[in-house]
Design a protein around this ligand. Sequence first.
Ligand SMILES: Cc1cc2nc3c(=O)[nH]c(=O)nc-3n(C[C@H](O)[C@H](O)[C@H](O)COP(=O)(O)OP(=O)(O)OC[C@H]3O[C@@H](n4cnc5c(N)ncnc54)[C@H](O)[C@@H]3O)c2cc1C
Length: 379
Amino acid sequence: MLVMDADVAIVGIGTMGSMAAWQLSKTGISVIGFEQFGIGNDRTAAGGESRLFRTAYMEGKEYVPLLFEAKKLWRELEIESSRELLTLNGGLTIGNPDTDVIQSLLRSIYEFDLEHEILQGNEATERFPQHRLFSEEIMVLDKNAGFLRPELAVVSAVERAESLGADIKRYTTVQGIYPGKNGVSIVANDKEFQVRKVLITTGAWTWKLLPRLRNQLIARRLVLTWFAPRNIEEFKPDKFPVFARMRKGYRLTGVPTLDGTMVKASNTKNPSTVSEPDNLNRDVRNEELQEVGEAVERLLPGLLPNPVRASVYMDAYTEDEHSIVGSLPGMDNTFLISGFSGHGFKMSPVIGKIAAELITEGETKHSIEHLDPYRYAKA
Ligand SMILES: Cc1cc2nc3c(=O)[nH]c(=O)nc-3n(C[C@H](O)[C@H](O)[C@H](O)COP(=O)(O)OP(=O)(O)OC[C@H]3O[C@@H](n4cnc5c(N)ncnc54)[C@H](O)[C@@H]3O)c2cc1C
């Protein structure tokens, strides 16, 4: 009989892996985790100080119940770790009401009766003078929105998992995963481990372990940029909600910094493809800085338009920008959670919980049909 190193191995202890480790450890089963870097490091999709949390969801109304469950779990993690991770200071989506994204956002609001306000014209600009509003645009204020502290969240989830018995191996790269009927063998840092089931949460690196998904999970490069306000008071978190703004050519998202001295405002439209995730270009070109600076100058005149800080990260993108969550077709005892396409952080605790349910009970009570791996089964 094979001797098992753990019931479940988690490959990649970044955003989703840390939350899955926390949730799986709560069920009492044994967990071993492998992370190629340290925990809460700045090279993964959890880097860059803050992440937007929104519940009115332009990406699809099917996410709303998941986001409310995620909110509950963020509060649980805050209590368990004695740390503040989620600040709800509201969230503005700004755009033309005739566009698909604003229509989709409004559908999520009306279907779930979400707390919101719709502002336009003078009322909007008097309330949020930081934004220059064009005549055809509206502001939609999501009252259950704000920002998360991503590195601290990952560190907190891992700390909790370890205190519940998880064995998290840092600076340990998984080189191969070999599923079988009776378990899965994993090679990491040239050593072999035997487990009953494996959960793969390797983000932008996923296709390197699962080359058959190379065309389904594309690593993309996102640049974050920070700007200094002319008047700091106007951009403190209590006056300046997080925002997402769509206009032709860019999708500007922004978050005030916690101490209120800076605003992170970044263009996340059409992120470029990274052909080799281990060689991500972390240098930012002048043209990239100028482009986002021009958008900021046009839309947020209270910010000085030259970025004072910039950093580069990656995420895995799917074609439909919905992630892949579930057991992998043709690979026994193997589960995959990847492809969050630039919007997964806010929901990570509920995704961790869903992973734990799928692995321990074989099913989840949450509706995740839109995340079904079988839509890519042909690969
Ligand atoms: C710049 C940027 C801004 C974003 N903004 C938002 C936002 O405002 N709101 C929001 O909700 N979402 C946002 N997202 C999306 C969100 O952050 C990601 O969807 C989410 O963090 C992805 O989590 P993940 O676990 O799939 O990947 P990661 O967090 O990158 O985790 C993958 C982990 O696997 C490890 N790994 C990979 N290969 C191996 C291996 N072979 N062996 C061992 N370890 C391995 C990596 O080191 C890493 O730790 C943003 C993403 C980016 C990049």
